[in-house]
Each structure stands twice: as structure tokens, then as C-alpha cells.
Ligand binder design. Structure first.
Ligand SMILES: *Cc1c(COP(=O)(O)O)cnc(C)c1O
Length: 395
């Protein structure tokens, strides 16, 4: 089996599993308890927090709030900034059309509550332009939220420049960095980030664990009321084993980041080169400004769903977009945002590999995709119309 869906989730690392198991077996106290075993759990929790601080180059342990994952962190960041905005009479938010649904659906709700949302164009290459962020910011803008790297097409945004624009305009800048943290260099100070969301299961940690970085001085509100955990910003007994494993996974990922990225980029570029040989195909998103492991293509005249099922028969686990959109008949909002028309967007394939993907697997994927696309086209009515000239090729 070839697992090529690392953007959907990753396999937990052995070190993370071991740390988590050891914590569950031995360190089962409640970090809020004052006796020995509680304090031991508290130590493990705070040790993990310090590792997170180092990994993203934050300045202070108070800047990290552990959450149940990327979605919760996105919700909390956006809701908090919106609340500050409402209090100050600033009810405008800037974002992009190809954010994760955790961001887009939160913004939709805020729109119903009276906020005005500007969604920036991400252009054909899947990149936001900092000057367009600058132009979109108004007197009443309370938040700019733009993802670090896109989960479907892998494009990496000019986050440092966007952050600088927001700083200069004195607007809070949040970034959903779920796909970036542990994969490419992320530095909240260098990148001028005020709030950042991350999720452990995207960097070989456990599912249901993540964190929100909030720069010192920004007032955050809680989504969950209850006890005083996470300094009153996120109630509920902490998921100590999950948090410990998150820190172990992230520390490993960051320590090996450059090495792994270099290995993965070579394989990614070979995969791209191979798939480009398929006629009437196109890569989605900028070819170079993309995550080390992300390959995303459209093939004209086929259905992505059928492609996935046939690849699965060959033992290749891939995706046609995000895990959230698959299963629905609508084409990916990300592909539509970069200007793909419906028919073309339907024929998409995302392969997300990592440093463990072998060269043989890369060659097998290229061969298999070529075969399956050709096979599907051989009986596709759309493909027949295209080849008979009844319809115009787009790609
Ligand atoms: C996976 C993902 C999320 C959601 O994270 P969960 O931990 O699964 O809630 C949010 N944003 C992006 C970009 C993602 O890839």
C-alpha cells in the first residue's frame, strides 16, 4: 500500500506513540491536582508547552493554548479577534476564498452576525498578493486571516510580507498554519504573526490535539467555559498524553525539517514531471512555492472520484481535494478559487507524499495514474466530445 494522503492526516511517529503510551500508563494525574502525581502531570504539560514555544520561535509559554486541533484553534482565534473588533466598532475581516472550512465557515457565521468579510483573490497560481492585502485593509478592519500553506494545492503564502502589512496597519494577523508547522520553517516573530493555528495529526502527532499561538498582549476569549485550565482560555482537563505526544512529534519534525524537505522536494518534482506527460493535464498552484510533499493535478475529461477508486485498487491512497469535500459532489472550493472551471476541477488528484515515500513508489504512482487516466478517458463521453471537437479543450 502506498499512502499518499499526508495532507489529510499523517501516521503517528513511533516516538510520539511511545511518549503518549508512557504518559497514559504512568503519568495519569490531573495537572490541576496539588499532590505528587498531579504535579508530575503538570510538569509534563508545561514541558510540552516549552517545546512548542521553541518549535515556532514564540517568546513566552503564556502564548500557547492547547486545543483539540486545528479547527478549534481557528475558531478561537477568529472569534476572539471578532469580539475585540465588535467592542471597538470594527466589524470588517479580510481573508481569502481558499481557506480551510474551519476558517470559512466561522467567517460565514460572523457575516450573519453583522461582520463584513472581504475574501481576497488567490489568482491562478494560488498565491495571495501582499499589496492586495494592504489595499483591502480599512479603518474598520479588525482581523486579517490567511493560511500559511494551502491544504489542497500546497501553495505557500508570502506570510512574512502579509504579516508586515498587518503590523504597519495595526490589524491583528491570524494564520492557519496547520499544513506548514513541522513541514516548512515557521517563526512567529520573523513572520510577523499575531495568532497561529496548528494541528498535531498533520505532523505525525495524535488526532484531536493542536494549539493556538497568541502573541503577548492580544486578548483572547474562550470558546469553552468551565475550569481555569489554560489560564482560563480553554476549560477542560488537559489532554496530557496527547499534548506530550504533540510536543515530541513537533520537536522531531522541526529537528529534521530541512533534511526531510530536501528529500521530499526531489520526489515531488519527479512526480510532477512524470504526471505532466499526461496530455491535457495541468498542475494546480505554483510549481515552486508549494509544500515539499504536495502534488495536485487536473486531468481533463475524467472524474476525480473514479480516478481515486481505481488508484485505490492499485493500492494507492490519494485524494481529490480535501477530506472534507470528498464525498460531496461539489468541486473543490480551492480549485474554483484558482479559476478552474467545474468540469476541469472535477478531474483533480492530490498526492501528498513525505520523506519516506520511495523512488519506486513515485515511479509506480506515475505509471498508475497514466494508465488509469487513459483507461477512464477511453469510455468518457466528455473526452469523446473533446476529441471529436464538439467541445473545446481547456487544458
Ligand atoms: C487539517 C486542517 C485543519 C483542521 O485541523 P484538525 O486538527 O483536523 O481540526 C485546519 N486547517 C488546515 C489548513 C488543515 O489542513
Amino acid at each position: 500500500m502506498i499512502y499518499a494522503d499526508n495532507a489529510a492526516t499523517t501516521k503517528m511517529s513511533d516516538a510520539a506513540i511511545e511518549a503518549m503510551t508512557a504518559c497514559m500508563k504512568e503519568n495519569y494525574g490531573n495537572p490541576s491536582s496539588l499532590y505528587g502525581i498531579g504535579q508530575k502531570a503538570k510538569e509534563a504539560l508545561e514541558g510540552a508547552r516549552d517545546e512548542i514555544v521553541k518549535a515556532i520561535h514564540a517568546e513566552n509559554f503564556r502564548e500557547i493554548i492547547f486545543t483539540s486541533g486545528g479547527s478549534e484553534a481557528d475558531n478561537q482565534a477568529i472569534r476572539s479577534a471578532a469580539e475585540l473588533g465588535r467592542t471597538a466598532g470594527k466589524m470588517h475581516i479580510v481573508s481569502t476564498a481558499f481557506e480551510h472550512h474551519a476558517v470559512l465557515h466561522t467567517l460565514k457565521k460572523l457575516e450573519k452576525e453583522g461582520f463584513e468579510i472581504t475574501l481576497l483573490d488567490v489568482h491562478e497560481n494560488g498565491l495571495v498578493r501582499p499589496e492586495e492585502v494592504e489595499a483591502a485593509i480599512r479603518e474598520d478592519t479588525c482581523l486579517v486571516t490567511i493560511m500559511y500553506a494551502n491544504n489542497e494545492i500546497g501553495t505557500i503564502q508570502p506570510i512574512r510580507e502579509i504579516g508586515a502589512v498587518c503590523r504597519a496597519k495595526n490589524v491583528i494577523f491570524h494564520t492557519d498554519a496547520v499544513q506548514a508547522v513541522g513541514h516548512i520553517s515557521v517563526d512567529v516573530v520573523r513572520d510577523n504573526i499575531d495568532m497561529l493555528s496548528a494541528s498535531a495529526h498533520k505532523f505525525h502527532g495524535p488526532k484531536g490535539c493542536g494549539f493556538l499561538y497568541v502573541k503577548k498582549g492580544i486578548k483572547i476569549s474562550s470558546l469553552i467555559e468551565g475550569g481555569a485550565q489554560e489560564r482560563g482560555k480553554r476549560a477542560g482537563t488537559e489532554n496530557v498524553p496527547g499534548i506530550v505526544a504533540t510536543a515530541v512529534a513537533l520537536k522531531d519534525a522541526v529537528a529534521n525539517l530541512d533534511k526531510n524537505a530536501e528529500i521530499t522536494v526531489k520526489k515531488r518534482d519527479r512526480l510532477i514531471e512524470g504526471l505532466k506527460e499526461i496530455p491535457h493535464s495541468a498542475i494546480n498552484g505554483d510549481e515552486k512555492m508549494r509544500l515539499p510533499g504536495n502534488v495536485n493535478f487536473c486531468f481533463e475529461g475524467i472524474e476525480g472520484e473514479s480516478l481515486l477508486l481505481l488508484l485505490d485498487d492499485k493500492g494507492i491512497q490519494a485524494s481529490s481535494g480535501s477530506a472534507c469535500t470528498s464525498g460531496s459532489l461539489d468541486p473543490s472550493h480551492v480549485l474554483l478559487a484558482i479559476g478552474r472551471v467545474h468540469d476541469v476541477a472535477h478531474g483533480s488528484l492530490r498526492l501528498t507524499i513525505n520523506e519516506e515515500t520511495t523512488d519506486e513508489e513515485v515511479e509506480f504512482m506515475i505509471r498508475s495514474v497514466k494508465e488509469v487516466v487513459e483507461y477512464l478517458r477511453s469510455f468518457s463521453p466528455i473526452w469523446r466530445d473533446l476529441t471529436e471537437g464538439k467541445k473545446q479543450f481547456i487544458l
